[in-house]
Design a protein around this ligand. Structure first.
Ligand SMILES: Cc1cc2nc3c(=O)[nH]c(=O)nc-3n(C[C@H](O)[C@H](O)[C@H](O)COP(=O)(O)OP(=O)(O)OC[C@H]3O[C@@H](n4cnc5c(N)ncnc54)[C@H](O)[C@@H]3O)c2cc1C
Length: 462
């Protein structure tokens, strides 16, 4: 069944959300400085009051933490409906926090729910779900993020405790987090995917250090929400371990799929916003006495962007549907999550460059926010796994369904092979009708290739 309609009860929610995001959430980002991670900034008491007030409106509408299943206090909207919601939040850096669905807290709450002890759930999961605290997920290290089998941050067993030593890189929101989930090598000599274990480290643990704040290009030096952090022999009890020893990869894997989908859903909104800006510009800017939209090149740019956006949105909706069928961990689900991840980076990069270009000097100026959008678009290709790795995975899973033709140098679609195959297939039908191929002036292969080209019978046309 394919059905693109949206039920009327849910449409009412979407309409409320559209108005709320546009008129109460989006204004925040023009006033408050996201460089300093404003929505997460627990020290900004006044802003927190505004955020909490808006969060309460969302809660009253039953739209809080919409990604959560009912057993975690969510309303169980499912991933397809979440697509329609999250795309509205893609425009606003504040949106996810106000709706209780911001990364990395969403992924962290998932693994706390799946692997946490009762005590860990009480201490960390519940306040996280309630929006009272924030968290960090620290996996990437300064020497490289694409290969997490090469972790240098280690966890040594010392009596009943663990001692964590090492650096982590681009640890989003560590400055405002109440705790950090860190992936450390607990047995560096074990097989690569059995080396790591996850730990929950309170941010005020002795020995925890923020080496330096790091942000995007567009952030002021020494600002930004992705610090370089260090664990200087941070000692924690075994009760800080999240999941079994040596299963850090399994824990990490189980949080990544959902996070990538949520990101892709928000990216739909970001790209649509860029297309809206292009459209406004195209009909408003005049050159040679005509709107620039009257130029074919401009029309093509806009049409191309709109078509790509629609394709991308359908790709995300299909992948979300796979989540709703509990297929996200299967081969099709994993392939599509990586496909969506790669597609999100590509469309965001392509459209943002077109949008800047169409805005000319305004596009390149500091009175617009294209630098921010460009950084945001490019980050899609790095965070949560670089595009190359995702394309590689798509290809690997896609090619699994193909068997090599090792008995011939000829491609399976070679016309004379296909003719022989087609003859074989159609012969019974023609026999039934008392016809020959010649009767219908068919062009047939008389020189059967299995003999001439030494092909095994049965492989023809495979
Ligand atoms: C905004 C942002 C937020 C982030 N937040 C977090 C966070 O909260 N927690 C966290 O742990 N990490 C976080 N990261 C880090 C992110 O996960 C890494 O950037 C990512 O895994 C890539 O690692 P890297 O940056 O070290 O790039 P590298 O691994 O050095 O890769 C650089 C380039 O090398 C090439 N390359 C590398 N490996 C391969 C390969 N196998 N095949 C083909 N080409 C390859 C690609 O061209 C790639 O782009 C964040 C990153 C960004 C940008």
């Amino acid at each position: 069944m394919v059905d693109f309609s949206i039920d009327s009860t849910f449409q009412v929610k979407l309409d409320w959300m559209k108005d709320f995001v546009e008129n109460k959430v989006r204004p925040l980002e023009y006033i408050y400085d996201y460089d300093f991670d404003a929505p997460f900034d627990t020290s900004n008491v006044a802003l927190r009051k505004i955020v909490v007030r808006l969060q309460n409106e969302v809660k009253a509408q039953g739209l809080w933490a919409a990604h959560l299943p009912p057993h975690l206090g969510g309303h169980g909207f499912g991933a397809v409906k979440l697509t329609y919601m999250n795309e509205m939040l893609g425009l606003s850096a504040f949106g996810s926090v106000i709706f209780g669905c911001q990364g990395p807290d969403t992924g962290n709450s998932e693994i706390l729910a799946m692997f946490g002890t009762d005590e860990q759930k009480r201490t960390y999961l519940q306040p996280l779900l309630d929006g009272e605290i924030f968290s960090t997920f620290a996996m990437t290290e300064p020497q490289g993020g694409s290969d997490p089998t090469n972790l240098q941050c280690v966890a040594r067993r010392d009596g009943d405790d663990w001692v964590i030593t090492g650096d982590k890189w681009f640890s989003s929101n560590a400055r405002n987090a109440a705790f950090i989930i860190v992936m450390a090598a607990s047995d560096p000599e074990a097989p690569p995917y059995e080396r790591a274990t996850m730990f929950i480290i309170p941010r005020d643990a002795p020995g925890f250090e923020i080496v330096r704040d790091i942000g995007f290009w567009t952030d002021a030096p020494n600002s930004g929400g992705h610090p370089w952090i260090r664990f200087n022999d941070v000692r924690v009890p075994d009760s800080a371990r999240l999941g079994p020893i040596g299963e850090g990869f399994k824990v990490a894997q189980s949080r990544l799929g959902g996070g990538r989908l949520h990101h892709a859903q928000r990216n739909i909104g970001l790209v649509k916003h860029l297309i809206d800006l292009m459209a406004e510009r195209a009909v408003s800017r005049f050159s040679g006495g005509k709107p620039i939209a009257s130029n074919q090149a401009v029309q093509h740019t806009i049409a191309q962007s709109y078509i790509e956006w629609t394709q991308y949105r359908l790709l995300v909706l299909y992948t979300a549907w796979l989540f709703d069928q509990q297929m996200e961990h299967g081969s099709e689900g994993r392939k599509m999550i990586s496909a969506v991840k790669a597609a999100m980076a590509k469309i965001a990069e392509d459209v943002v460059v077109r949008a800047v270009h169409l805005h000319g000097s305004h596009g390149l100026s500091n009175i617009m926010r294209f630098g921010h959008y460009l950084a945001s678009a490019l980050h899609e290709g790095a965070a949560d796994g670089v595009t190359e790795l995702h394309l590689g995975l798509v290809s690997k899973l896609f090619l699994r369904d193909y068997t090599p033709r090792l008995d011939s140098n000829l491609p399976g679609e070679t016309t004379f092979l296909k003719k022989a195959w087609a003859q074989e297939k159609l012969q019974p039908l023609l026999d039934e009708l008392g016809l020959t191929f010649e009767d219908g002036r068919a062009s047939i292969e008389t020189d059967l290739p299995e003999e001439k080209y030494n092909l095994r019978k049965g492989s023809i046309g495979a």
